[in-house]
Design a protein around this ligand. Structure first.
Ligand SMILES: [Zn+2]
Length: 474
């Protein structure tokens, strides 16, 4: 057993070694709850879930913390623009607190539908204002901060290695962006605490040693990660868009506050891209206005697990282009898998020695090698199909093997059942077939075809034969 993982910090794939043997601490940046997660956001959480399940498969006890950004962090990483929470509340006629609760529940529903395992700890930024203030105080005592007219800032020039994760060209950034700096000393400096405007009460604001205001966005993750997971962290994850600013700033805050190296492993999931109507591809984002949510996919008739399967078809470090054709292919793969699982489960249920049936070692070895190879899910899926389509092995063992693989894949194999059709749908099908027979007997073929099309959209295929008309589920 040796799990090899890519580390953004070293730009290499190395064998994972935990700080404490047998245990893995994992911090994943969570959602900002001012709107629904789009399916591109959800890709990151599926990647993190595969990582967590791989650690569990390798026998680690995983302590996983995810934050919830429910305080209005500003629209841009550079601490400028408007407050996302305030904008969302105004848009929907809710209080900021109602808005946060509504979208947190929506997010938790979405990850549940995708079979994403819940973190051990959810921590909300607004519950941890004091934790954040305490970290800013330490940074202030150590001389890393300065005050401007609008807040307390982190002075990135005090560090020799600021931006090491992203390998930022600090001098280049500084030279290029001088005009946009406002009161900041260096272009890469960022807010730790922002003051409320003097003439205006903000929807969310708190007292602090520096004045009434609210924390900068980056401080919540380093403060809460240290509070819940201790001063040394095994793995920190997020989307690839966090490398340059958010995670670079988290490292600066945490390492300066602690006085030593903080996190060993940095892992980032790549974007889901979306073909745009003008033909050019782009990253899916909320600011572009139109974005796809899990609810929208479900409304269109897709099983969320088909979306999970679609995501597993690409390595997490590669961009993936979303398309409905791709999702259709994933949905039909899941249906095939479901059919095979149902058959093998019945073999397993009828097996005399089901208490002692074990997964097939040769198949499991292939699967595990794929998972251990920096979470190579396309290869892991191929290993799963190899066992699903295995015609030589014991069928009960095949079922057990699929179940064991699903501990990592999370496709819900244990819950797969033969498709059932509700009674009222059955009687509707019968009525439509009778109506079609009458239409055809009256030579009204147009009406007959119309009814066939209606049944097709219900997922029902009509089969005409000399013995009469039957149907089957497509
Ligand atoms: Zn974060």
């Amino acid at each position: 057993m040796s799990l090899k993982l890519y580390n953004t910090m070293t730009r290499g794939v190395d064998e994972f070694t935990p700080i404490t043997p047998g245990k893995a601490s994992l911090y994943t940046c969570g959602p900002t709850v001012y709107n629904y997660a789009h399916i591109g956001n959800l890709r990151t959480y599926v990647f993190e879930d595969i990582l967590k399940r791989a650690l569990l498969m390798e026998g680690y006890e995983v302590n996983h913390v995810m934050n919830v950004t429910d305080v209005g962090h500003l629209v841009s990483d550079a601490d400028e623009g408007e407050d996302k929470m305030a904008l969302g509340a105004a848009r929907e006629g809710k209080t900021v607190w109602e808005l946060a609760e509504f979208y947190l529940q929506a997010f938790q529903r979405d990850i549940g539908r995708l079979n994403i395992l819940e973190p051990s700890v959810w921590c909300k930024a607004t519950d941890e204002i004091d934790t954040q203030i305490d970290q800013v105080k330490i940074l202030e005592e150590k001389g890393y901060t300065y005050r401007t007219s609008d807040g307390i800032y982190f002075d990135t020039s005090k560090l020799d290695d600021y931006g090491k994760l992203a390998r930022l060209d600090i001098e280049g950034l500084q030279a290029g962006k001088r005009v946009e700096m406002g009161d900041k000393k260096n272009y890469t400096d960022f807010a730790l605490w922002k003051f409320s405007p003097k003439d205006q009460q903000r929807l969310m604001e708190w007292p602090s040693p520096w004045g009434v205001g609210f924390p900068g966005w980056h401080i919540e993750c380093s403060a809460m990660a240290i509070k819940y997971l201790g001063p040394r962290l095994d793995i920190h994850c997020g989307g690839v868009d966090h490398v340059n600013v958010h995670h670079s700033n988290e490292i600066a805050q945490a390492e300066c506050a602690l006085g030593h190296k903080w996190c060993n492993w940095w892992m980032h999931g790549e974007f889901l891209t979306m073909a745009k109507t003008n033909g050019s591809g782009g990253r899916m984002s909320k600011s572009s206005g139109e974005f796809l949510t899990m609810d929208r996919l479900i409304e269109k008739g897709y099983n969320p697990i088909a979306y999970r399967y679609f995501l597993l078809g690409a390595h997490y470090r590669q961009q993936l282009a979303f398309s409905f054709e791709g999702l259709d292919a994933a949905a039909s793969a899941i249906k095939n898998l479901q059919r095979i699982v149902v058959e093998r489960k019945s073999d397993f249920d009828n097996s005399a020695d089901r208490e002692t049936v074990k997964p097939i070692e040769s198949h499991m070895a292939q699967f595990q090698a794929a998972v251990e190879d920096d979470l190579n899910m396309p290869r892991a899926l191929a290993a799963m199909w190899a066992v699903a389509k295995d015609t030589d092995s014991d069928r009960a063992e095949i079922y057990k093997t699929l179940l064991a693989m699903d501990d990592v894949l999370g496709l819900g194999i244990a819950a797969m059942q033969a498709e059932t059709i509700a009674d009222e749908t059955l009687s509707q099908i019968d009525t439509l077939i009778e109506e079609r027979n009458t239409a055809r007997a009256n030579k009204d073929y147009a009406r007959g075809d119309e009814i066939r099309d209606q049944l097709t959209t219900m997922g029902i295929e009509i089969l005409d034969s000399p013995e009469g008309t039957t149907w089957r589920k497509i």
